[in-house]
Write a protein that binds this ligand. Sequence first.
Ligand SMILES: NC(=O)c1ccc[n+]([C@@H]2O[C@H](COP(=O)([O-])OP(=O)(O)OC[C@H]3O[C@@H](n4cnc5c(N)ncnc54)[C@H](OP(=O)(O)O)[C@@H]3O)[C@@H](O)[C@H]2O)c1
Length: 285
Amino acid sequence: MQIVLTGATGRLGAYVREPLARTGSEVVAWGGAGDVDLEDPAAIARELDRADADAVLHLAAISDAETCRREPERARRINVEAVSSIAAWCRAKGRRLVFTSTDMVFDGGKPWASEADEPRPILAYGATKRAAELEALQAADAAVVRVALMYGPTRCGRETFYDKAVANLRAGSVQTFFDDEFRTPLDYATAAKAIVALVVSDFRGVVHLGGRERVSRFEMMKRVARGLGLDESLVRSNSRADAVFAEPRPADVSMDTSRLAALLPSLDRAPIEEAVRAMERPSVG
Ligand SMILES: NC(=O)c1ccc[n+]([C@@H]2O[C@H](COP(=O)([O-])OP(=O)(O)OC[C@H]3O[C@@H](n4cnc5c(N)ncnc54)[C@H](OP(=O)(O)O)[C@@H]3O)[C@@H](O)[C@H]2O)c1
């Protein structure tokens, strides 16, 4: 099988490359805009024709909510129109498309959202990703994987919120996180494995990919500290009410992942403490 991987230079892309290679597939990795610019539909079509792959795993996006808010037109071109171009190519050629969306397509009003719940994004970022989901599903053989918040050390050199927080905890400084905003986070390594398993599966439709537990970022970071043997008392809590946001943020985008569990019954989603220990070991993929 030959697979085009977009966003290969991103945080998730760096984790996906190893399990993807292990499937024995030939991978055509697209890096950033300097490689194949997603703002250029002609370049997308030309490079897809050139690769002529069996499947496209489309990870590339503007994944930063604040950039999407500040640059809505660019966000639309990259996060929506590029997906439309890729989906049109896959549909025309009868190829598979796997697209990564986000828990931020929900408004945060209902815990444990399932695939049957109607997405109602309130962030500009979430709105682009929801529009993109509908584009992706235009490809006949399409899977939309709604990914929860991911955590773990960077493998691409681009810092994650986790890297920053862990570095500060190691340096002994107090870190504050919301205790009233909820997610079902999953570590990068497990998320990458699951996405690759979905690429080589025949699943079509929408599936939620997240951890088993609904936690606040405060609880998550306490457990990260515990897992890494760092001083948990440095992890303190605050409230959303203590902060000012440029956009209203969804309060609870925890996702029900029972469809994922049925599709990938052998996927081991370890508790946060174990997952961080495994990812900090250099050889784990
Ligand atoms: N991180 C999370 O917790 C999370 C949670 C839910 C869903 N997701 C979704 O997962 C996917 C991957 O996220 P990530 O965290 O890996 O994002 P990331 O680290 O920000 O990486 C984004 C990737 O997209 C590429 N890209 C951006 N603009 C481009 C353009 N104009 N042309 C070509 N490539 C471009 C970037 O290339 P450069 O190297 O040039 O920047 C990079 O490879 C995204 O679809 C995101 O919405 C992420």
